[in-house]
Write a protein that binds this ligand. Structure first.
Ligand code: FAD
Length: 490
């Protein structure tokens, strides 16, 4: 029987970080199992925007990750430090104070060092200019803490990770799902059972790292844990994250942890495909709603579009949209903000009209109510100055459901409407891990030989999520898992 030092299940950001860290820590034979065929490899990481949320104290630190950005006009001027305290307070606020404090401390405390470590492994970064950044005067205003992304976004990140793993001599097997964990008589995880074109085999290892995603692509698990209407949700990423790792770990007594009824879901083009498109990747996102209004089929607003910057609301608004009648809504903008829409809006055609009533007449919507909603909004909006780079406090006055920032009147023709639905990104429920990324059992003891990372780690995210935290968490816990797994056989 083949024997490895470390077997890593999955081939996304977290798993490949783990495989590289395992080799760096001295593991001799490291095997990555990828369920997908080679042309579908890389999990959600491939589809991602490649954005990383990083705690840092000065622009100079960020320049260590993106040295060439010094030449980008307005780059340094627009950077605001994002100290650990700020990341902490965002994560607490987003999760209604439910984030697991031990895990959050590990994520935040290691974020910058891990990004710098990724650079050492050959991952290249660039300013995330088309994601949420807006030019204000001479400066580019960045969403707080979300400044850096992988070159060529998720596609590039995935490709760079595979190249890094190859340079380190990691073996990768495609079309080879792990289907079961193997335990020895003492309860130690001693390998995995895999299925490939040759049949079903057992592979043994000193340690196994599970980095094979959540249950977002599995309609039955979505129905079971998230409830209706999540079985009908479109999946933004890979079709391969079908809960396999969670199931395998729970079967041997791993402890579920975190918010199993919660997930990350974002407003996406209503015409997006059922699963992610490998070319379009994250370009179906529609995240410029803070500058407009969102109206459902009943003609009603249903969220405070200006509650916060999009990176602090997008991950919960997707689910709220999915729960509207028909699972859809319309994002409506006027011409004055058109230049502020993220470039990815260009991947679909909006409904356009010279008058608001004409626009509303072209939508599948209760027209009378929609016009009343817009008129009431317009009567209470536009009381101050608009600043797209920051929460500007330009709020409606007297509306039961306010728009708290960026509340300009919808008045300048032409008007556009973008049909959106909620697309699921990843599930929040996962496994309990300790500070070594070891999976903890329902007896509260670590399961010997078993580690996990990425989406499979439970407890960090509840209800909502600050943009860029998923990849950062994957890299942080992947690196920790791989290094500790390598020591099991030493
Ligand atoms: C469209 C989109 C945009 C996103 N943008 C961002 C962003 O900009 N910033 C950010 O921080 N996060 C982003 N995210 C979230 C982020 O991409 C994911 O949370 C992250 O990539 C998860 O990494 P992972 O390694 O845990 O899982 P994945 O990257 O999903 O990898 C899981 C791997 O496991 C494999 N697998 C599954 N089952 C098995 C099995 N039984 N055996 C073997 N292999 C198996 C899969 O094929 C895959 O290779 C985005 C996600 C999507 C879908």
């Amino acid at each position: 029987m083949a024997k490895y030092d470390v077997i890593v299940v999955g081939a996304g950001n977290a798993a490949l970080a783990a495989s590289v860290a395992a080799r760096n820590a001295g593991a001799g034979r490291v095997l990555v199992l990828e369920k997908a065929p080679e042309e579908m490899r890389g999990g959600n990481t491939h589809y991602s925007g490649g954005l990383l949320r990083i705690a840092f104290d000065s622009a100079e630190q960020i320049l260590r990750l993106v040295p060439k950005a010094r030449e980008l006009a307005g780059f340094v001027e627009g950077i605001e430090a994002y100290p650990r305290d700020a990341f902490w307070s965002d994560l607490r606020r987003m999760t209604s104070n439910r984030t697991d404090p031990e895990l959050a401390g590990i994520l935040i405390g290691n974020s910058f060092d891990t990004a710098a470590w990724m650079v050492e492994q050959g991952i290249r970064f660039e300013p995330a200019i088309s994601l949420g950044a807006v030019r204000v005067g001479n400066a580019i205003k960045w969403p707080k803490g979300a400044i850096v992304r992988a070159v060529h976004e998720g596609v590039g990140l995935s490709r760079m990770w595979f190249a890094a793993a190859q340079r380190k001599g990691v073996e990768v097997r495609y079309s080879t799902p792990a289907i079961r964990l193997v335990t020895d008589s003492r309860g130690r995880v001693a390998g995995v059972v895999v299925r490939d074109s040759g049949g079903v085999h057992e592979l043994s290892a000193d340690a196994v790292v599970l980095g094979c995603g959540g249950f977002e692509a599995n309609a039955a698990w979505r129905a079971q844990y998230l409830g209706r209407p999540w079985d009908h949700a479109k999946v933004r990423g890979t079709p391969h994250n079908q809960a396999d790792g969670l199931r395998m770990a729970l079967e041997i007594g791993a402890m579920p942890w975190g918010q199993w009824s919660g997930c990350h879901a974002t407003p996406i083009n209503a015409a997006a495909p059922a699963f992610g498109d490998r070319e379009l990747t994250d370009k179906t996102n529609r995240l410029s709603y803070p500058y407009g209004l969102m109206i459902n089929r009943l003609g009603l607003r249903f969220v405070d579009e200006g509650e916060d910057q999009a990176f602090f609301t997008y991950a919960k608004f997707g689910g709220i949209i999915l729960n509207q009648p028909g699972g859809v809504a319309y994002q409506i903008f006027d011409a004055k903000v058109r230049h502020l829409l993220e470039p990815r809006y260009a991947t679909s055609e909006p409904v356009t009209a010279a008058r608001l009533d004409e626009l509303v007449g072209m939508l599948e919507i209760d027209r009378e109510t929609a016009m009343r909603t817009i008129d009431e909004y317009n009567a209470t909006a536009g009381n101050g100055s608009f600043n797209p780079g920051d929460r500007d406090g330009l709020t409606t006055r007297g509306l039961a459901l306010p728009k708290s920032n960026w509340a300009q009147k919808l008045e300048t023709a032409p008007f556009t409407a973008w049909p959106v639905t909620g697309g699921i990104t990843f599930s929040f429920g996962g496994l309990k891990v300790n500070d070594r990324a070891q999976v903890v059992g329902t007896d509260w003891n670590p399961i010997p030989g078993l580690y996990t990372c990425g989406e499979m780690v439970g407890g960090l995210f509840h209800h909502n999520y600050p943009g860029g935290s998923g990849l950062m968490s994957g890299a942080v816990f992947g690196r920790i898992a791989g290094a500790n797994a390598a020591r099991e056989g030493a």
